[in-house]
Write a protein that binds this ligand. Structure first.
Ligand SMILES: [Zn+2]
Length: 414
C-alpha cells in the first residue's frame, strides 16, 4: 500500500501515487532477501554473533537449490523465496553471495551490510514502480515515468510550499485534480467549462486562462516567460501539467564501477606514482590528510553520481602537495554520505606512517571513531566500506580523525 501521506480522494491514480511516494510494504516485499544478506554478513563479518557458519550457509543454499525455482507456488522455504523476491526489484542471484542489482552490477553480500542492501533494493523497486506507472499511462515498453522533479518539493521536510499547496501538486501528479473538464469526462453532469468559456483543464488553469484573478495568481507565482511560452506551445508534454517526466530507462548511463584513483600534484598535473608512495612527497610528522566527498544533485534521481578527494597537506597554511581523487563505485549508493566514507576509507591506502586525518562530515567521523566491531554492525550502512578500510594496511596508521569546517574551495581546508 502506498504511503498514507498522499492524496487519497476519488480519481487519484494509485500507480502514480506509489511512484511518487513509495510503497510502505516495500520492505516486506524484499524481506527474505534482506534476511539472507543479514545471515551472510553476520557469518562473514561478525562470526562470534552468528548462529550459522559461513560454510553451513553455503551448504544450505546448495541443498535448497534456489536458482532452479521459478515460481512462488513451487517455492519451498525462505532461501528460494529470497531469490524470487529479488525480481521485484529487477535484481537476480547467481550464487549464495553473488547477486546483481537492477543496473546489472555485481553485489557481493559478504561486503554488503543488510541495511545498505535494503536501501539498494529500494532503488530497484522504485525503478519497477516507474516502469509500471509508464505502462499505466500508455508509454512504450522500457519507458519510466517519474515524479522525481516534484518529489523533493512535496516532501514533508520541504518548506517552500504549504501543506495545502503540496497536496494540490501531488494531486496533479496523480491525476487527482478535479477540474470541470475532468468531472465531465468522468461522467458528471457538468459542461466541463471554465468561467471564461474555455475547456477547464489543468493546462488551461495554469497557462491559458485570462480571468483576472487567475492572471494575478500566475503573476504572483513568478514563473518565467520562457517557461510559460514553452508550456503553451507544447500542451501535450505532461511535465508542464503534472510534473511527470517520461524517459527510456536505456538512455540512462550505467554508473561506473571503476575503482581507479587519480593522483595530481600541487599544480594539478597528473602524478605517475602509486597511492602508497604519495606520503613520501612530504616529511611532515604526522602525515596530514584531508578527505572529502560529495555528489551531484540532479533532478532525475538515478543520475546522481558521487566522488571523493583526499588532499595531502604538508604543514598548517601550505598548499596540499598532492591530491588523490576517485569515484564511488556504481554498486554503492551515489550519495554525499557514501562519498565521505569512501574517501576516509581510502586514506588507508596513503597512510604509510602515523597520520592525522581531517574530514568535514561529523556523522562519518563518529562511525570511524567507534570500535571495530561496532563499525561492522548490521545496522551501519557504511559497515561494508569500513570492512574494506580495515583490510587496507594504512588504516591502523590513522591515529587521529578530526572534524574540519565544511568548505566550498580548497583554500578553506588549510
Ligand atoms: Zn478560464
Amino acid at each position: 500500500m502506498a504511503s498514507s501521506e498522499g492524496p487519497s480522494h476519488g480519481g487519484v491514480s494509485l500507480t502514480a501515487k506509489v511512484a511518487l511516494l513509495g510503497d510502505s510494504s516495500a520492505r516486506h516485499a524484499v524481506a527474505p532477501a534482506v534476511q539472507w544478506c543479514r545471515m551472510v554478513w553476520t557469518a562473514a563479518r561478525r562470526p562470534e554473533l552468528s548462529l550459522v557458519s559461513h560454510a553451513e550457509l553455503l551448504r544450505l543454499w546448495d541443498l535448497s537449490n534456489p536458482l532452479e525455482c521459478q515460481s512462488w507456488a513451487k517455492s519451498r522455504g525462505p532461501i528460494a523465496r529470497a531469490v524470487l523476491c529479488l525480481s521485484r526489484a529487477g535484481w537476480r542471484a547467481e550464487g549464495p553471495t553473488s547477486w546483481f542489482d537492477h543496473n546489472g552490477l555485481a553485489i557481493d553480500l559478504a561486503s554488503t551490510p543488510p541495511s545498505l542492501l535494503a536501501d539498494q533494493l529500494e532503488l530497484g523497486l522504485q525503478r519497477e514502480r516507474e516502469f509500471a506507472f509508464a505502462r499505466n499511462i500508455g508509454c512504450p515498453q522500457g519507458s519510466r515515468a517519474t515524479l522525481d522533479l516534484v518529489r523533493n518539493r512535496v516532501s514533508s521536510a520541504a518548506r517552500k510550499y504549504t501543506r495545502y499547496q503540496k497536496y494540490v501538486i501531488k494531486s496533479c501528479g496523480c491525476n487527482g485534480l478535479w477540474t470541470n473538464d475532468r468531472a465531465m469526462r468522468a461522467g458528471y453532469l457538468c459542461d466541463g467549462l471554465c468561467e471564461c468559456g474555455m475547456s477547464d483543464t489543468v493546462h488551461h488553469r495554469l497557462y491559458t486562462c485570462q480571468l483576472e484573478r487567475v492572471r494575478d495568481a500566475r503573476d504572483e507565482a513568478g514563473v518565467s516567460q520562457e517557461f510559460m511560452n514553452a508550456a503553451r506551445e507544447f500542451p501535450d508534454i505532461p511535465v508542464f501539467t503534472t510534473g511527470i517526466h517520461i524517459y527510456q530507462d536505456s538512455e540512462l548511463p550505467c554508473p561506473s564501477t571503476s575503482s581507479d584513483v587519480y593522483l595530481y600534484d600541487r599544480q594539478g598535473n597528473p602524478l605517475d606514482m602509486e597511492p602508497e608512495e604519495i606520503a613520501s612527497l612530504t616529511s611532515s610528522a604526522p602525515l596530514r590528510l584531508a578527505s572529502d566527498g560529495s555528489s551531484s544533485m540532479p533532478l532525475i534521481r538515478p543520475l546522481q553520481r558521487a566522488s571523493w578527494a583526499i588532499a595531502v597537506c604538508p604543514d598548517e597554511g601550505e598548499d596540499p602537495v598532492a591530491v588523490v581523487k576517485g569515484i564511488v563505485p556504481g554498486s554503492l549508493p551515489q550519495t554525499p554520505a557514501m562519498a565521505e566514507h569512501v574517501g576516509i576509507a581510502l586514506c588507508g591506502q596513503i597512510a604509510t606512517r602515523p597520520t592525522e586525518l581531517g574530514a568535514d562530515c561529523q556523522a562519518a567521523i563518529r562511525v570511524v571513531q567507534r570500535n571495530v566491531s561496532d563499525q561492522l554492525s548490521l545496522s551501519n550502512k557504511f559497515a561494508g566500506v569500513r570492512a574494506f578500510a580495515h583490510e587496507l594496511e594504512g588504516t591502523t596508521m590513522i591515529n587521529t580523525v578530526r572534524h574540519v569546517k565544511a568548505h566550498r574551495d580548497m583554500n578553506v581546508i588549510q
